[in-house]
Design a protein around this ligand. Structure first.
Ligand SMILES: [Cu+2]
Length: 411
């Protein structure tokens, strides 16, 4: 408290001192019969020199940084689409850099050259149509070229994937990424948020997952039957506010149950196999070099953004709204390690939208493999598809269908 007071006091006294000094300077100038707006010739020449010095420091600094961190500081792109966008960025950067040097040179050099000299009057030159046309048409033409090339690149990068593209879903939530490979059929099975349960975190849709969600909604902990039991128990006294909360919760769950029953009625069990061969993968995303990938995104909670800096790809993930992105990795992790001379380098997928407290660590490692290595990895994964993880042991496999028939009998 005291130290703050002293700091404020120092600032106030400092301001008063400066204003008094300025006042003294003005008065002495008056005594010397010298008006304050009359700048001495010596000061003008000094300022002109400083203009040149500033220009040299500015240009030198920029060139130094470009040499130190590489021309753009980006490093090589690791995808086909990334090479297109890098080409466009380089073109823009070349133009911007050239114009920067040219305009800044003119600005500072002319300030130096045309310094005010005693007895020299400035030349009055108010207007020139030719010049006006020149500096309107040339930037317009350059901008048109940039925009046309930009639209072309945009269409290439965001356009539809080729048919043979591998489908992968990336599911975002606070604070991690889960990948879902589409399995042997290259088709991602259907999903619904209402099916999200402990053993079905991505809400995949099959007859069995619908049944277990219906079961959980009715019989699970905090389910409809539990709430009804509390509300109907005449031996306990509930406060009004608690009754309200419970009734609201009950209403929501009854509505969800109705929707689940509708889902069950319209679900086509023939589609289950699209879900069962899907492979859920955490922590590391494995990709095959030179294969086109089509990524679909979902979000469980808030808006996240899937950012693959080395592949120059980014897309928001939005709750309740699917988004997509494509790229073809064209450099394996091993190749990039060699180019960067960093033996421990890894590609990453990061969240690029401030999405909450642990946003900073919401990332997934990405490993790009040669086709052979990738196929070997995938072979090991195929036996761990959704079906295998959802029905872990043969004994459990027998229990769940029995349970589900019991549930459908109850409904
Ligand atoms: Cu996030």
């Amino acid at each position: 408290m005291e130290s703050k007071l002293i700091i404020i006091l120092i600032i106030v006294i400092g301001a008063i001192a400066i204003s008094q000094l300025v006042r003294v300077y003005e008065l002495t100038a008056k005594l010397r019969k010298h008006e304050e707006h009359e700048i001495p010739v010596r000061d003008n020449y000094l300022n002109a020199m400083l203009m040149l010095v500033f220009m040299v420091i500015q240009f030198g600094g920029l060139i130094y940084l470009m040499i130190k961190y590489g021309w753009t500081g980006r490093g090589p792109a690791a995808s086909v689409q990334g090479e297109y966008t890098d080409w466009l960025l380089d073109l823009n950067l070349i133009l911007i850099t050239a114009i920067f040097f040219l305009t800044n040179f003119l600005l500072f050099y002319f300030s130096f050259k045309y310094v005010k000299r005693p007895g020299v009057k400035a030349y009055y030159y108010p207007h020139n149509n030719k010049l006006e046309i020149l500096w309107t048409v040339v930037p317009a033409a350059v901008l048109a070229v940039i925009i046309i090339l930009g639209l072309q690149t945009w269409n290439e990068v965001t356009g539809a994937s080729p048919k043979e593209a591998i489908n992968i879903e990336l599911y975002s939530k606070q604070f991690d990424w889960t990948a879902r490979y589409s399995g042997t059929d290259n088709m991602l099975g259907k999903t619904d948020y209402k099916l999200i349960l402990g053993n079905n975190e991505l809400g995949l849709m099959t007859e069995a997952t619908i049944d277990s969600s219906i079961h959980a909604m009715r019989h699970g902990a905090g389910g409809i039957l539990d709430i009804q039991k509390i509300l109907n128990n005449r031996d306990t006294v509930l406060t009004d506010s608690l009754v309200n909360v419970l009734r609201k919760d009950l209403g929501t769950k009854e509505r969800l149950l109705r929707l689940l029953n509708q889902m069950k009625a319209t679900h086509n069990p023939a589609l289950d196999k699209q879900v069962y061969d899907d492979i859920i993968q955490r922590d590391t995303l494995y990709l095959c070099v030179n294969k086109p990938y089509e990524f679909s995104f979902r979000s469980k909670d808030v808006i996240h953004s899937a950012y693959f800096p080395h592949f120059r790809a980014q897309m928001n993930t939005v709750p309740g709204y699917g988004t997509r992105l494509k790229f073809t990795p064209n450099m394996t992790t091993a190749e990039m390690r060699k180019i960067k001379n960093l033996p421990a380098f890894h590609y990453v997928l990061m969240c690029n939208k401030i999405c909450g407290g642990a946003h900073y660590k919401m990332k997934m490692m990405v490993v790009v493999l040669e086709e052979e290595e990738y196929n070997a990895w995938m072979k090991g994964k195929e036996s761990k598809n959704f079906k295998a993880t959802y029905f872990p042991a043969p004994s459990a496999q027998a229990v769940i269908p029995a349970e589900s028939t019991a549930i459908s009998a109850m409904n």
